[in-house]
Design a protein around this ligand. Structure first.
Ligand SMILES: C[S@@+](CC[C@H](N)C(=O)[O-])C[C@H]1O[C@@H](n2cnc3c(N)ncnc32)[C@H](O)[C@@H]1O
Length: 444
């Protein structure tokens, strides 16, 4: 037996070890999680979208489905539309469970997802808790693009993306009602995906990760509000990286509400561990969103600049001003106009944010130009419906030839029967497709 399997045999009954070992070398069933804004008629077993078909519902996740084997969800227009996130079923577990546990009437002001990239759980949190501000952080700069592209594809507006270390959060005058610590781990559930072998496993790596997990979790504990929830999760099985960290959190006065280890050989997922803990009310009953670390330091906010920015956007008839006003508040940062559902943002968060909600437009010398995030906020006359063939051409990145209609504005939106899909630019030579490279669907 490999070192890995003998290590796992401490937490798994002997008669399951063989099945577990086999499953480590097998691909996992593909699964997707629909966002709440996607049409309900799609969220049914048997639904067949382009390039994918829903096979079974995932037991534990609202709107989570396994796909039929030949599905290629990343090629689907529904994916471009931002209808769903491609996510392993085990990764959906912790946030789905929290949603079931947390009281419906609880005020959840701020959520911190400290290790958020590529954004599976961030987008789930933001979708399930739309009245909260979700701070999605990743300390590794090279990982920011992955979550940025996933946020870009979604229609979520309540996420602020940051690339900061713990000290930044420690210095903020904020407490969180939910903290998610989905921490870097030894990745024992990713053996097949990483194309490694069970023989590459090392106990030292487990111990190295456990030490780091304990340090990060210990730091994050200090940021919890009274009556708040802490989700701890990993995609690994070892007790040292899971229960031992949870024991440490319990020693630090959190109550364990729920924990679960999912296994690839019996739970139809890659597997992993998660725990939901609660910080109860403390003696001084301090249910505060903002707290002042230095008593005489003023808490500063950046106010939205909706009125002024609406004036700027109004100069371009492309923008549907009424819809924008009804959807949130506008902020201006580094020449970008962002749409965000809350009227003010703490100053240090605003100043350090990489993205705030949806990026709608960019201010250039000659006016305000639409960005991709604006495709749902274009006036009707700029939204052109195309047939399926043309829409797939656009999905593959092709430009289009000249249109017969005349436009006094150079930005247009391409839509199918269901929704807006692509941003286009009318030029002298035809219609330029502004689809970003990462969204282009490869034809095969
Ligand atoms: C398990 S992944 C997060 C997955 C993500 N929550 C999701 O659901 O899509 C862990 C993340 O931790 C980040 N990370 C790596 N080293 C770290 C460190 N020393 N402290 C905090 N985060 C770290 C990685 O960049 C990675 O994105």
């Amino acid at each position: 037996m490999s070192n890995f399997l003998s290590h796992i045999s401490k937490i798994l009954p002997e008669n399951e070890i063989e099945d577990f070992a086999k499953s480590c070398n097998l691909p996992v069933s593909k699964s997707i999680r629909f966002f709440s804004y996607a049409k309900d008629e799609k969220k049914k077993v048997g639904y067949e979208g382009d390039f994918y078909k829903l096979e079974n519902k995932i037991d534990w996740a609202e709107d989570g489905f396994y796909l039929e084997k030949n599905s290629k969800p990343s090629k689907s227009l529904d994916y471009i539309r931002g209808d769903f996130y491609i996510q392993d079923a085990s990764s959906m577990y912790p946030v789905a469970k929290l949603k079931k546990i947390i009281p419906n009437n609880m005020d959840i002001n701020y959520i911190l997802d400290y290790a958020s990239s590529p954004g599976g759980k961030t987008t789930q949190l933001a979708d399930y808790f739309p009245n909260s501000i979700v701070l999605a952080n990743d300390v590794i700069k090279g990982r920011i693009n992955a979550i940025l592209t996933n946020l870009f594809r979604s229609k979520l507006k309540n996420v602020i993306l940051l690339n900061e270390d713990f000290q930044f959060y420690y210095d903020l005058p904020l407490k969180y009602d939910i903290i998610l610590a989905d921490l870097p781990c030894s990745g024992e559930s990713l053996i097949y995906k990483k194309k490694t072998s069970i023989y590459d496993w090392s106990f030292n790596e487990v111990l190295f990760n456990a030490k780091r997990q304990k340090k990060i979790s210990g730091n994050l504990l200090n940021l919890l509000n009274d009556n708040s929830y802490f989700i701890y999760s990993t995609c690994t099985f070892s007790k040292e990286e899971n229960e031992d960290i949870v024991d440490f959190l319990i020693e630090n006065k959190l109550n364990l509400i729920h924990n679960k280890r999912l296994w690839p050989h019996k739970d139809r997922c890659a597997g992993g561990y998660s725990a939901i803990l609660k910080k109860e009310e403390t003696e001084n009953n301090s249910k505060n969103v903002y707290h002042q670390k230095e008593t005489n330091k003023k808490i500063e906010f950046v106010d939205n600049q909706t009125e002024k920015l609406i004036k700027m956007l109004s100069k371009n008839p492309y923008f549907n001003i009424e819809k924008i006003i009804n959807s949130g508040y506008l902020y201006f940062k580094k020449n970008i106009i962002f749409l965000f559902p809350f009227p003010k943002i703490l100053k240090p968060i605003f100043e350090n944010a990489i993205s705030i909600g949806q990026a709608l437009a960019k201010l250039e010398k000659y006016g305000t130009i639409p960005l991709w995030g604006s495709i749902d906020y274009a006036n009707e006359q700029y939204v052109l419906k195309f047939d399926k063939k043309t829409i797939y051409k656009l999905a593959e990145g092709s430009d289009l030839k000249e249109l017969s209609m005349k436009f006094d504005n150079q930005y247009l939106v391409a839509a199918d029967d269901e929704a807006s899909l692509f941003l286009l630019k009318k030029t002298g030579n035809g219609i330029k497709n502004l689809i970003p490279n990462f969204m282009i669907v490869q034809s095969s």
